[in-house]
Design a protein around this ligand. Sequence first.
Ligand SMILES: NC(=O)c1ccc[n+]([C@@H]2O[C@H](COP(=O)([O-])OP(=O)(O)OC[C@H]3O[C@@H](n4cnc5c(N)ncnc54)[C@H](OP(=O)(O)O)[C@@H]3O)[C@@H](O)[C@H]2O)c1
Length: 325
Amino acid sequence: MSLLAGFIYRQFIHEPPVPTESYEGRTVIVTGANQGLGLEAVRWMVKLKASRVILACRSLEKGEAAIADICSTTRCPPEKLAVWRLDMASYASVQAFADKVNSELPRLDAIVLNAGVIRRTFHLAEDNEETITTNVVSLALLAFLIHPKLRETHAKFGVTTHLTVTGSELYESASFRERKAPPGKLFERLADKNTLSMDRYDTSKLLVLFFIREFATLYPVDSTGVVINIVAPGFCGSQLGREWDSRAARAATKALARPAEVGARTLVYGASASKDTHGQYLPDCKITQPNRGLAKGKAGEELQKRVWTELKTKLETIRPGVTMA
Ligand SMILES: NC(=O)c1ccc[n+]([C@@H]2O[C@H](COP(=O)([O-])OP(=O)(O)OC[C@H]3O[C@@H](n4cnc5c(N)ncnc54)[C@H](OP(=O)(O)O)[C@@H]3O)[C@@H](O)[C@H]2O)c1
């Protein structure tokens, strides 16, 4: 199916199924949970009887407002929900958040790495353009820092645990021109102000797809008990395109987008899916080979290896030893 045919099928013909897998007894974290897909994923998890959900948000105020909204629509007791501060644009915040998770939570059954941005103009966050820091580098850092807790929960409680990422079908259209950079310089090129274009978001979703496939290979589910997967929710109504707000953009979203509640079903599915989904790309809750665009074939495999190597080097400079835990 072409990108356009796939889009039409997703947006107008097919809908991800209503999640039914119980979350009873589970402790879950959702990043970027104060609005959009993250908020709706938490609402689903509460309805599916999750014991405890941590909303990881950069604004505690927005997180508390999200909790009030969820409690009023689900009658969930507020004690089941908590907001913890996490700013994915700051490596210090990511590490502080992970330290809190590792020291304060008695168990962690699933984390949905969902927070994401699209920036219209160049903003430096740490040593990268903000989209790359938020959607890729901090996500990978947090995945490495939290994975031991998911393994520990599996070992202590005999349950399968999950690390799920919100990816996007737009990985297919990434042109990732920065890949022409000399060896070892991918991230440096992406941090060059002159390289920022509309392609940046798509590239971030390609990079995170590559990361998750390598990460899942490094930590096989049979030895860790942790399912690692990446979902894609389709085009959904949310605040993601807030920097492009206009009457035309609002009309297009109204005509084409799914409600965030519908797209969020894919996140809820990913975070409770079977072991078969380990290392897999799951648009609309179906295992699908991500063999399009720059992820395709031998060249895709080589590019994936290169991204993995350069990303791991970068993570080691942020927190020495983090990729070896
Ligand atoms: N909507 C779609 O069509 C679509 C399609 C495919 C994939 N996705 C992906 O779905 C995920 C959720 O996006 P959405 O559509 O729900 O958009 P959204 O409504 O803009 O929600 C994004 C969430 O991420 C948070 N966030 C952004 N930067 C952050 C940071 N530095 N630290 C912590 N949290 C941060 C936002 O917090 P603030 O409120 O503080 O900004 C917000 O809670 C993203 O990864 C996005 O790429 C969306």
